[in-house]
Design a protein around this ligand. Structure first.
Ligand SMILES: [Cu+2]
Length: 115
């Protein structure tokens, strides 16, 4: 019984999230933690609006999309949105630009942009 209620609760939350974003946006939830992003590979289409919903599982991290000249802090307990429209196909690299410990230099990922 308790399980059923939990599932319904989640469905209601996800519906609410959909209402808050336009239908043509690609929303990707990304969790940062020492010393990785999940997911670390993100696939998007050229010309679509991409919204990265960023949260941290432990401490403050950063995300820097060097090709797009975009960055943000990712703080625990806060959702950060990063919005962009990729204009060309290829690979956008992202990495943590807030020092977070010994694995910091390896904390990165890619966004693959296809037609
Ligand atoms: Cu870091």
């Amino acid at each position: 019984m308790r399980k059923v209620i939990l599932v319904c609760g989640l469905a209601a939350v996800s519906q609410l999230a959909n209402v808050c974003h336009a239908a043509n946006e690609k929303v990707v939830a990304v969790t940062a933690s020492r010393f990785s992003y999940a997911p670390k590979v993100i696939n998007v289409k050229k010309g679509e609006t991409v919204v990265l919903k960023l949260t941290s599982a432990d401490k403050t991290h950063g995300i820097c999309l060097s090709e797009l000249n975009l960055r943000a802090d990712i703080k625990p307990g806060e959702a950060t949105e990063l919005r962009f429209v990729p204009q060309k196909t290829g690979t956008i690299h992202f990495y943590c630009d807030v020092f977070c410990g010994p694995g910091h230099d390896d904390m990165n990922g890619v966004i693959n942009v296809t037609d």
